[in-house]
Design a protein around this ligand. Structure first.
Ligand code: GAP
Length: 459
């Protein structure tokens, strides 16, 4: 399945352009900005929330709606501290860090090549004349907190660093109540927290982020087959949602890279502005997690097949994706700038299913009954698909705004609408305009939404 890396090292869009667009159009803002910000945390504005909801919705669709072998779960963020002992996170979820005694900054030893010296940003840490780096030390990435009113070691807990363990500890509940048998999966979307030493590249690596993880439990002798299946399925998910295949690759981990629980992992990597980087990991976790939790909890975590009398601990295949990273990849892949009639047009060529707004309803001018008719059209559409009404400013400006938030279709009500009950339907990508009747407009747009879509970028 592995593909060769292309010789391209960067995507066409720069991270600065993407960050500026996200701020300008209210997708994503630095968090706590009025207080000067807090390192690498971000807040999502209106269009950011809608886009992320669509990403999550498409993930749920692929896991639940389109299959009948996966069930959902939503587990707590704060779990019993023993969960993290059993999972290996207390003992081994750490990165090697070095401190600089001069500038007091902390770096990940394995990221030092791409880090900047605190005093001389043009140099790497250790290269500046005053740099004084310590030996590397292991730094646990879990956030600690206290549960209850007394702050002592008995009340110590952690914010979950992955959603996966919330699935393993519910294996028995699901087996009992969801009437499933291997092979079957349990899927979850939720926040995770890691006290990352090196953050950066916008929402690519943050300390608070959202994961979309699915643990697929299968008979041990089927694990390899399901690993192949999930690698192909997850690659397809991204390309079906418009990511250009030439910007994706599947990279198997080398033996020295594998996590303690994994016998085989492949990463789906995307060509971000900073180069190819992990978007999602697909691991064969074997029976590591169920066996560990059985040992630490004293509960039997296995499957008993009443038909054959067979008893076994299922193996687990785990596709683990990040909502924020996927969102960033979709934005980067969609970002485009072109010249139209001598003017620059910035446009987010998002897959219509992901676009925060599907259709913008625009009166050509704010007079002659056009706003009233436009509002009627808007009211008839909004219940059927994500719509926005926009009346302010010139029509050109309103089109540009919708282009930048990635709205695939615009509907303009003009002077002729009162007579012919038709509107102009504008296509974001081709800029084609056609005159279509108001009657049946929602059905026409819903049918378009269901059509296959490939990115026109680079055509
Ligand atoms: N349960 C396995 C697991 O958590 P991971 O590779 O550490 O594996 C899975 O994380 C995905 O979660 C990553 O591929 C990435 O998309 C996302 N992710 C991990 N750490 C992140 C961070 N600090 N910021 C944003 N996303 C992150």
């Amino acid at each position: 399945m592995s593909e060769d890396r292309t010789d391209r090292e960067r995507s066409e869009a720069s991270l600065e352009d993407v960050v500026a667009l996200c701020k300008r159009r209210g997708f994503i803002f630095p968090s706590s900005e009025i207080y000067g910000g807090v390192g690498s945390t971000y807040d999502y504005g209106h269009y950011g929330v809608l886009l992320r909801n669509n990403v999550k919705g498409e993930w749920w669709r692929s896991m639940l709606t389109e299959r009948d072998d996966i069930v959902a779960i939503d587990s707590a963020i704060i779990q019993h501290p023993k969960v993290w002992e059993a999972s290996g996170h207390v003992g081994g979820f750490s990165d090697p860090m070095v401190d600089c005694k001069t500038c007091k900054l902390r770096f990940r030893e394995d990221h030092i090549e791409s880090a900047q010296c605190g005093r001389k940003p043009s140099k790497r840490p250790g290269e500046g004349p005053d740099c004084e780096l310590t030996e590397a030390r292991e730094f646990n990435l879990m956030f600690r907190t206290q549960v209850g009113p007394v702050a002592d070691s008995s009340s110590e807990a952690y914010l979950r660093p992955e959603t996966a363990q919330g699935i393993f500890i519910n294996f028995k509940n699901v087996l009992q109540f969801a009437r499933v048998r291997p092979p079957f999966g349990i899927a979850q979307i939720g926040k995770s927290f890691r006290n990352e030493i090196t953050t950066g590249n916008f929402i690519f690596r943050t300390r608070e982020f959202e994961q979309m993880e699915m643990e697929f439990f299968c008979p041990p002798d089927e694990a390899e087959k399901w690993h192949e299946h999930w690698m192909a399925e997850r690659m397809r998910w991204y390309t079906d949602l418009g990511i250009r295949p030439e910007n994706l690759l599947l990279r198997p981990h080398g033996a020295d890279e594998l996590s303690h629980y994994s016998s085989a992992t492949s990463d789906i990597e995307y060509l971000f502005p900073m180069g190819y980087s992990e978007l999602e990991g697909i691991a064969n976790r074997g029976d590591f997690d169920l066996t560990q939790h059985a040992k630490f909890s004293g509960e039997k975590l296995e499957y008993f097949d009443q038909g054959t009398g067979e008893r076994y601990v299922p193996y687990v295949i785990e596709p683990a994706a990040g909502v924020d990273r996927a969102t960033l990849a979709f934005i980067v892949d969609a970002y485009d700038v072109e010249e139209v009639e001598g003017r620059k047009r910035t446009v987010l060529r998002l897959h219509p299913k992901l676009a925060p707004v599907k259709v913008a309803v625009l009166p050509l001018v704010s007079k002659e009954g056009m706003p009233e008719r436009a509002r009627e059209v808007f009211d008839s559409l909004r219940r059927r698909l994500g719509s926005e009404y926009d009346e302010g400013g010139s029509i050109g400006k309103r089109y540009r705004r919708q282009d930048e938030i990635g709205t695939p279709w615009g509907v303009t009500i003009d002077g002729e609408t009162a007579g012919d009950d038709c509107v102009t339907l504008r296509d974001r990508d081709s800029l084609a305009q056609e005159r279509v009747p108001i009657e049946g407009l929602a059905e026409r747009l819903l049918a378009k939404l269901d059509e296959e879509w490939t990115s026109p970028k680079g055509e």
